[in-house]
Design a protein around this ligand. Sequence first.
Ligand code: COA
Length: 101
Amino acid sequence: MCYSDERAEICGIAYALDSDHWGKGIVTEALKAVAAFLFDCVHYRKIIAGCDSENIGSRRVMEKVGMKQEACLRAQIKRKDGSFGDDLQYGLFEGELIREM
Ligand SMILES: CC(C)(COP(=O)(O)OP(=O)(O)OC[C@H]1O[C@@H](n2cnc3c(N)ncnc32)[C@H](O)[C@@H]1OP(=O)(O)O)[C@@H](O)C(=O)NCCC(=O)NCCS
């Protein structure tokens, strides 16, 4: 969890995995489990996350757990090479979470 607004009952999440383990479905499965915990046990109302629009893996992870794209913050992210990327913002309500692994 990287952000929390207790008043609005919203939390933000972020994730990163060692490159040796990419493409095995690990982050998708982990995000489903974490989101289920945040809804069922901590009782957040909404979960949010964001990524560079060119980060296809991260976008797919969010879409596979049921998150919906809500906004595009143009040229919001400064990349390591000095260029700027769009920040896609996603949100998830409890009923949208795809729980099956
Ligand atoms: C992005 C990241 C979290 C994905 O984790 P992962 O465990 O490899 O993802 P999964 O194996 O669960 O894959 C989920 C989907 O994304 C796709 N995917 C993963 N990496 C991809 C890539 N580099 N390019 C295209 N698709 C990719 C998978 O094919 C899968 O889609 P599919 O089921 O339709 O085939 C991981 O690559 C990572 O940690 N990257 C570095 C840090 C980072 O970018 N964090 C996110 C910051 S917003």
